[in-house]
Design a protein. Sequence first.
Length: 339
Amino acid sequence: MDLVERYIYAVVKHLPKKSRIEVTNELRANIEDMLPPSASKAEVKEILIQLGKPEEMAKAYHNDHQYLIGPAYYYSFLTTVKLVVMIVAGIAAVGKIIAIILTTDGAFTPATIFINLFEIIGAVVSSGFISAAIVATVYMIIEKIVHYEAQQGKKQDPVWNPDLLPKVPAQQIPKHEPIVSIVFTLIFAFFILFTPRLTDLYSTAEPIPTIFNADRYHIYLPFLLLYIAFYLAFNVIKLVKGAWDNQLAIVNTIQNLFFSVLATIILLDQSLVDTSFLQYLADLLNISLQTMENGFRTSQIITILVILIITMIDSIMGFVRARRSDREKRFTAEITNKN
């Protein structure tokens, strides 16, 4: 009955989550009614061939086939877009408030408060729309790629064979998890590419000094972009695999090691942050430059330790998930063999 479960999985993965349980039970009951008692594998395959390809069967449960983002990804898209928009809009609001505080040289008046409020709302709305558009674009591209590969598969293999059904993955990776990572990685890549110097912040009294030393920053930029490319590839692999295994856990460990080493080197570079910016912060907080530098170095060490701990735990958890997934697969195989 392993083929039956694989067929049902291949059908319902194209359906909205709210209807998957109902369709699973209905489809399983229909197949069982069509099968003779103690059906052989050949008889199961014959019935599945009669039912047709899972993609075609899934279409029978849809009333409308016209959509921008299909049902296989739609609910994952909703979860992702809500999460991304909330986070990005929150960051935009906080950033705008900080910018207003830094660029205001006098007391707030009702007029300036009103203007600033609209600026904050505008930043939230625009960032929300932009982030939602990025998420939608990523999902559309992914779905088009999957659809294209499926069409190519149809051309290369016009006769459908149930043996080609995908295995039912254990310890599944939610689709929105790697896609959220992809979206935020693209936003981060845009940030480091187009605002590397962060010098667009000005107060009415004097310009805020450059945060980073441009020469040092551009030394690390190629390595940052290389890591971003690697991390994007890792998340695409997660999305394609759909479940943890040892190979994915190894790739996860490599990307964590890459990130830990790169982050440690960057954070230990005392020349990366411009001294004039530290002086500006010290004056703003009314403390000495030496105190500011000591506090900054302490925060760098703490950040490195936190990164090392988090990446180590994440690497270990990757192998734990892979082992759990493998155990669930063996358990499913044993149950199938008994049946």
